[in-house]
Design a protein around this ligand. Sequence first.
Ligand SMILES: Cc1ncc(COP(=O)(O)O)c(C=O)c1O
Ligand SMILES: N[C@@H](CCOP(=O)(O)O)C(=O)O
Length: 466
Amino acid sequence: MRYISTRGDSPALDFEDVLLTGLAPDGGLYVPESLPQFNLEEIRSWRGLSYSELAFKVMYPFVEGAIPADDFRTMLDDTYGAFAHKAIAPLVQIDSNEWVLELFHGPTLAFKDFALQLLGRLLDYVLERRKQHVVIMGATSGDTGSAAIEGCRRCEHVDIFILHPYQRVSEVQRRQMTTVQGDNIYNIAVRGNFDDCQRMVKASFGDQSFLGGKTQLAAVNSINWARIMAQIVYYFHASLALGGPDRSMAFSVPTGNFGDIFAGYLARKMGLPISQLVIATNRNDILHRFMSGNKYEQQHLEATLSPSMDIMVSSNFERLLFDLHGRDGHAVKTLLEDAAKGPVSIDDFRWKQARSLFDSSAIDDKDTCDTIRDVFQQNAYLLDPHTAIGVRAARNCRRDASIPMITLGTAHPAKFPDAIAASGVSAKPELPAHMVDLFEREEKYTVLDNNIADVQGFIAKHWKNT
Ligand SMILES: Cc1ncc(COP(=O)(O)O)c(C=O)c1O
Ligand SMILES: N[C@@H](CCOP(=O)(O)O)C(=O)O
């Protein structure tokens, strides 16, 4: 499998190089040159497989040639064997034909573990084989950071630097990152927002001279293709559990960086019958404004009760634009350069093409709280604020009540006790056993100004040049 850049000006890479390169040198994101195709009969034959076996079927075509099948199987068994729920991604019914796919039974209680537990193993495997060191540089609005640290901290060949927006992640999220001890782990709180952190990460990939040519950056954000690849699997898993592929499914996806929903879009392109994808955003609603009015316009980023989705510059939207523009990288490059200067629209027929699959809804904090409360009153089931946005958007956008509507349950409610309290629900979500002493653990992080030279200087000084 070869991977190409969405901006059309970088050489195609194989899986191993794409894993280590992260962002393409032309600033684009890597996508497979072509996608594996599965017919209904083949997908049907996967019923009853364990999560890890299914993951192998879905993902192996992407890594074939780079990782031997048996080694990949072992990585998958180890990855999903460490999840706390036997079903790995259980479905919970919350209303007639309406479900939540719980993706928070991994070690850090968010969907990020599905990919980052695997990414850590893939990096370790490839770096050990090459005897190579990398500096992991990632941006987080709260969940990627802890999942990346947990997934990669045992890798011998990495130093990890995670940027989070100062005072704009929940306390549980911050402590999940900052209490992990290790002399290769550095948390940087940037006096800015998530977009600032992500911008610094992308710019650093573009010019890595601050590392002195002695190592290279690796990405843990969803700019790294391996992240998206692993997130495709649970769409197949959920569909098979509810009668797919012999019936279509609709998915509602709490969305920020557009990675998780893009994985659903790819599952459909690979052959899984999906009739609708709902983009669920909070008040930071650039994607909703685009889907409802064909206007892509950045606005001021606001802090909400769903901090992980406080994102305006949505990385993976570029991967969708690439497809919508017939995979013309230069058209995407021009569009995104224009978008950095002001509002842009795309050709009406391309926008309508997107609208035939995607719907969208923007949910404010009040409706988020109302949804947490309503679902708790009706089902004694506690939603985290991000999943609540997904459920509310699903209800706003549903096209056909006979088609199962599955909302991705992206995080455990215990990560967001303030949002739960704000909703008026008296239940206190409890942290699982391995995290009960989280508030007693010692924290370590560095606060830096929103300035790329300071951040790069910090990384240059601390990575272990051994
Ligand atoms: C809990 C939670 N829900 C939803 C999202 C949005 O996912 P994506 O950025 O892939 O759109 C995130 C962050 O990415 C998250 O941490
Ligand atoms: N919501 C994310 C933001 C980063 O997204 P990613 O999927 O590109 O890593 C977070 O919680 O950090």
